[in-house]
Design a protein around this ligand. Structure first.
Ligand code: F6P
Length: 349
């Protein structure tokens, strides 16, 4: 008989005898409880009103345009987190952290709605979360979120797509769950998942190619050359425009995602936010045997300086993430290239 493990049973097992992990489990349950109604609203599409309607320009904490669904998802997550032992919530939708119960042990950072440009496009979007230990002392709310990602107690994301699904790690591997549409319960579909170290699939917004630095152009150029280039193999390119969807695909079959810094105004450090986007993805990837860097440094070692700071982000299959790093750090990024290709890059400046 097929083994089915509910999210609830999984959380109880992972928490074991740890009071802190039981608190983490309660926070995860709260976020998942918010996901049901959010998924329902998304599934109704235009029948439920215009979820992509712009509510305000540049007023979210992250500085992005705020859409109807961003606001709705933020409200649903915060409301639900009030039921959990959470001291502070940092949301992409608000400049400063909210205090829920200062005596509680957890700080939760969320991007309530990732992939906002895909609202109304009937394409997967999602909610990202990072659960940290709350700190006491001076300005505890802000300081709780300015910790390195390596101290995360749990991380995950929910995808609202053809399946409503959850990727989750409490620090002992990464598990995947799918919501059973009949019962509304999340059921485990992969336990202690392992990402293939190598891949032939990359994800990047290639329309930014002219803004990239030479190392990213060289890397993508070499992938595109396929089996007649220095890599000696063909590559496939995928870009959903919702990081959660690209990340889910990478967890399922490997691959590499890149959002580097580039020369556009405001993109020097890429587009993704360190605390509530890069950190949870990095924990999930590493816990699945993958990797996540800013091109050079492990994301989980980076100490955030500000609440909504951006970071370049490369994640996925470990060998490929390391290779992207070598293009950036080794002189002339020639290490990966045969002499034949050193001077003939089609896309080279
Ligand atoms: O803001 C985050 C995000 O929407 C990611 O989900 C996605 O991968 C990326 O930005 C898309 O960026 P762009 O529209 O520049 O391709």
């Amino acid at each position: 008989m097929k083994r089915t493990l509910s999210l609830d049973a999984y959380l109880i097992g992972e928490a074991g005898g740890s009071e802190l992990l039981h608190a983490v489990a309660a926070a995860v349950r709260s976020l998942v409880a918010a996901a049901g109604p959010i998924a329902e609203r998304i599934a109704r599409g235009a029948l439920g009103g215009d979820l992509a309607r712009v509510r305000s320009q540049g007023l979210s904490g992250g500085g992005d345009e705020q859409k109807e669904l961003d606001v709705l998802a933020h409200g649903a997550c915060v409301k639900s987190l009030r039921e959990a032992p959470v001291a502070y919530v940092l949301s992409e939708e608000q400049e400063l952290p909210l205090t829920l119960d200062a005596a509680a042990p957890l700080a939760v950072a969320i991007d309530p709605l990732d992939g906002s440009s895909n609202i109304n496009a009937n394409v997967s979007i999602g909610t990202l979360f990072s659960i940290l230990p709350a700190l006491s002392g001076v300005e505890p709310a802000t300081h709780s979120f300015l910790q390195t990602g390596s101290v995360q107690l749990a991380a995950g994301f929910i995808v609202y797509g053809p399946q409503v699904s959850l990727a989750l790690s409490l620090g002992a591997g990464t598990s995947l769950f799918v919501m059973d549409p009949h019962s509304g319960q999340f059921i485990q579909i992969a336990h202690k998942l392992r990402l293939p170290a190598r891949t032939a699939e990359f994800a990047i917004n290639a329309s930014n190619q002219r803004h990239w630095d030479a190392s990213i152009r060289a890397y993508v150029d070499d992938c595109i050359r396929g089996d007649s280039g220095p890599r000696g193999q063909n590559f496939n390119m995928r870009w959903v425009g919702s990081m959660v969807a690209d990340a889910w695909r990478i967890l399922m079959r490997g691959g590499v995602y890149l959002y580097p810094g580039d020369q556009r105004e405001g993109y020097a450090h890429g587009r993704l936010r360190l605390i509530y986007e890069a950190n949870p993805i990095a924990m999930l990837m590493e816990q699945a045997g993958g990797a996540a860097t800013d091109g050079v440094q492990r994301i989980l070692e980076r100490k955030p300086q500000t609440l909504h700071q951006h970071t370049p982000l490369v994640f996925g299959s470990a060998d490929e993430v390391a290779r992207v790093g070598r293009y950036g750090t080794e002189p002339g990024h020639d290490a990966e290239r045969s002499p034949l290709f050193r001077t003939r890059g089609l896309l080279r400046a």
